[in-house]
Design a protein around this ligand. Structure first.
Ligand code: FAD
Ligand code: NAI
Length: 476
């Protein structure tokens, strides 16, 4: 192994803190500089608090529907202040845990805003004054921030960003969500379950652009069932406050309309964040979208400066950033490592949940690659029935010639958990037949994956598939 190097990691989100811990495990001297909170967006105002609040919404919904199972309840009441406190407790435990891990690994933590002085020097503005730190290597992990659109400046009062929406002081009566992507649908559905009326305004022709359209159809049906109004191909223009209400002006191809609500949340995407870093001082510049270009070793154009996480490109997901952090740490420690993954799973905590990994059919069509698909509906799963969650399906996409699993897309109960098996299959180059031949315990939801893999060959046992000539892989 190479000599211990002095490394500064800027940003303590899931990319930065994971990188710092791995660097320490590999014997490097590490300083983390963080200007706001250990754990970054993900632990403080992103993944964790949103999933906590969504879990609460799901519980309210389950209770509301329990009478079908013969369980009668009366008067479920949501105390929003207590719910927010409970969520804050989870955040505090996790961020405290990150602080403890950094300490145990002897990672120095400096709380302050960092900016580059040159390729080996970082200046940090702390509450106590300015500190100048020197390093052999620097890792930039400053993440991303929500995009603001004209007419909807975030004040976290009348107009929430996702951050405001995760710390409500009261439950909105009518919430207008601008943007029907990941955050808009996760939080919109959560508020609906807690009791708000919800309208989602989406600029494109459907919810969740860029995701598997068959899965999205199930989500769009579910929005309707839940009483959430999804307006597509509309743009919000601005709003006026009148008598304690917000009058949101929206425009589509045919004209303009006004929607009256008492709360707006704008979730139209996030952009990489590098403001204040003075990248130019180290000879660095971002691309047109604000990302820092990196090679497969997470190196920027400047050889001793690395970028990881949301700053380093799409997909802006915590687990992708963490993996990049592990790669950068290994490279800095002199190991022959590179970011070499076949797939990054994506999970969306809507109701029902959606999850996806590998290629979409639309991508394979563009590549002109021949593929086969097999789907299995949760309506045919005994386990799904016992959970009273039969909406959705698992779809396996396999290479038509080699049977290799190229993509798996699913919508339904617990699919955010089920997707891990699909990611492993793709990472290991498994075939649909491999998935089909793996015994899946009964009665469980993952059986749907096994059956979908069988369905690729027209051989699913628990649904009727019209026999086709030559159906079945070699082994059948
Ligand atoms: P961040 O987590 O943004 O961390 C960057 C850190 O750098 C911050 O703490 C910031 O304060 C610090 N920083 C910035 N500039 C400086 C500076 N100059 N000096 C010092 N420190 C600085 N992803 C998922 O995978 N699953 C989910 O379920 C999920 N849910 C989400 C829900 C919401 C509501 C949101 C907003 C995001 C969600 N995401 C989710 C996305 C996920 O949060 C991000 O992909 C992830 O946090 C990116 O990690 P990062 O380490 O690159 O950046
Ligand atoms: P997004 O990109 O997922 O969705 C933004 C949506 O807003 C798109 O559907 C887009 O068409 C729409 N839009 C853009 N401009 C608009 C306008 N002017 N009017 C109406 N609609 C408009 O972005 P989002 O939801 O803000 O999330 C940001 C990122 O955070 C995600 O892309 C994802 O990387 C990450 N995230 C991941 C989660 C997860 O893994 N479960 C959960 C939440 C966020």
């Amino acid at each position: 192994m190479s000599q211990s190097r002095k490394v500064i990691v800027i940003g303590a989100g899931p990319a930065g803190y994971v990188c710092a811990i791995r660097l320490a495990q590999l014997g490097q001297q590490v300083t983390v500089v963080e200007k706001e909170f250990l754990g970054g967006t993900c632990l403080n105002v992103g993944c964790i608090p949103s999933k906590a609040m969504i879990a609460a919404g799901t519980l309210v919904d389950r209770i509301a529907h329990a009478s079908a199972m013969g369980i009668e309840t009366t008067g479920v009441r949501v105390e929003i202040e207590k719910l927010v406190q409970w969520k804050a407790g989870i955040v505090a435990r996790l961020t405290g845990g990150v602080g403890g891990l950094l300490k145990n690994h002897k990672v120095e933590v400096v709380m302050g805003a960092a900016s580059l002085v040159d390729r080996n020097t970082v200046s940090v503005t702390t509450k106590q004054g300015t500190q100048v730190l020197k390093a052999d290597d620097i890792v930039l992990a400053t993440g991303s921030i929500p995009i603001e659109i004209p007419g909807f400046k975030f004040d976290e009062d009348q107009v929430w960003s996702s951050t405001g929406a995760l710390a409500p002081k009261r439950l909105p009566k009518h919430l207008v969500v601008i943007g029907g992507g990941y955050i808009g649908l996760e939080l919109g559905m959560m508020y609906r379950k807690l009791g708000s009326e919800v309208t989602v305004l989406e600029a494109t022709a459907g919810a969740l652009p860029g995701q598997d359209r068959d899965c999205v159809k199930v989500i769009e049906r579910s929005l309707k069932k839940q009483g959430i109004k999804l307006m597509t191909e509309v743009f919000a223009q601005g709003f006026e406050r009148k008598g304690g209400e917000s009058h949101v002006r929206v425009k589509n191809k045919t004209g303009e309309a006004t929607i009256v609500c008492d709360q707006i949340v704008s979730t139209v995407g996030r952009r990489p964040y590098s403001a204040g870093l003075a990248l130019d001082k180290a000879g660095l510049a971002v691309d047109a979208k604000g990302f820092l270009a990196v090679d497969r070793q997470m190196r920027t154009q400047v050889a001793n400066i690395y970028a990881i996480g949301d700053l380093a490109g799409q997909p802006m997901l915590a687990h992708k950033g963490s993996r990049e952090g592990l790669v950068a740490a290994a490279v800095i420690a002199g190991k022959p490592e590179k970011y070499d993954v076949r797939c990054v799973p994506a999970v969306i905590f809507t109701a029902p949940e959606m999850a996806s990994v590998g290629k979409l059919e639309s991508e394979l069509d563009l590549e002109k690659r021949a593929y086969k698909t097999g789907s299995f509906p949760f309506a045919a799963s005994g386990r799904a029935m016992s959970l009273m969650e039969t909406d959705g399906f698992v779809k396996v996409v396999a290479d038509a010639r080699t049977d290799e699993v190229l993509g798996v897309h699913m919508v339904g109960p617990e699919v955010t958990e089920l997707i891990a098996e699909a990611a492993l299959a793709i990472e290991l180059g498994a075939t649909a037949e491999d998935l089909a031949r793996t015994i899946h315990a009964h009665p469980t939801l993952p059986e749907a994956m096994m059956e979908a893999a069988e369905a690729v060959h027209g051989m699913a046992v628990h649904i009727f598939q019209k026999p086709t000539a030559g159906a079945g892989p070699a082994g059948h």
